[in-house]
Write a protein that binds this ligand. Sequence first.
Ligand code: TA6
Length: 290
Amino acid sequence: MTDLAALQRFAVPGSVTIDAGCGGLPRVSISTPLCRGEIYLHGAHVTAWQPAGHAPVIWMSTQSWFAAGKPIRGGIPVCWPWFGPAAEAGKPAHGLARFADWDLTSVAAEADGTVAVVLRLALTAPASELILTARFGRRLEVTLDARNTGTTALAIGEALHTYLAVGDVRRVQVRGLAGVAGFDRVAQPIALTAPESITVAAETDLLFNATESAVTVQDAAWNRTLRVAKSGSRSTVVWNPWIAKSAKMPDFGDHEWPGMLCVEAANALTDGYQLAPGASHRLGTVIEVM
Ligand code: TA6
């Protein structure tokens, strides 16, 4: 467990505190005139972002685990070096990064009031270095820089698996992917082309490939529109577990599903890529209230 006393050197009086959060896990909390936010060292996991004057934008399950060896439910899970089920038996879905304890390497208050938090994870299998930068301001910017520190190429799948807070997912419209090819992954993958407006009226697990488009999430219940842009990402995933799947997840409240929608910046399936020895790749997402 990381030594909280040693982390106090990163605190910024009046805007950044570092304490034991849920489950006693080290947490960086940001509170500025621009926003409030939170990120845990466990999984380099953003768990809160609420810009001034708005309802929270990042959703968290009230049933989330906060424990070693468990992923946090909600926020922005860092999925790396694979997306979805592991090829290897016994390995967790969505990779290793979200289970690891990352090192806090810097906290900086920028001139415009944005607070930038940087965490680092060095892995031996696969040999790699990950840098997660979260910039908490009028908008939320998260980047994952991954470098292959080994001698063989790595096959990468990844996602910044963002859980957005919405008033009622049944009244949400996701726009920006019209005409993009993808798959409905709820049952057996079924090819589809994105409509002008994606709506949610059942379990929804859509993965769109070869797209670099930003999307907007029109939330009629809360009368707001969110914009989710991305970089270094060719896949976009839209996910809501709906009733039955929520009930099967112990770390997801049975009645929480109407309040969330995942819009993920990813590189998955055919958008996976090879990361050569010594090479780096940056995956990013930017979330803002329009
Ligand atoms: O990104 C959508 C998805 O792959 C869904 O299929 C569902 O499994 C979701 O991720 C959550 O995965 P997790 O391993 O966090 O329960």
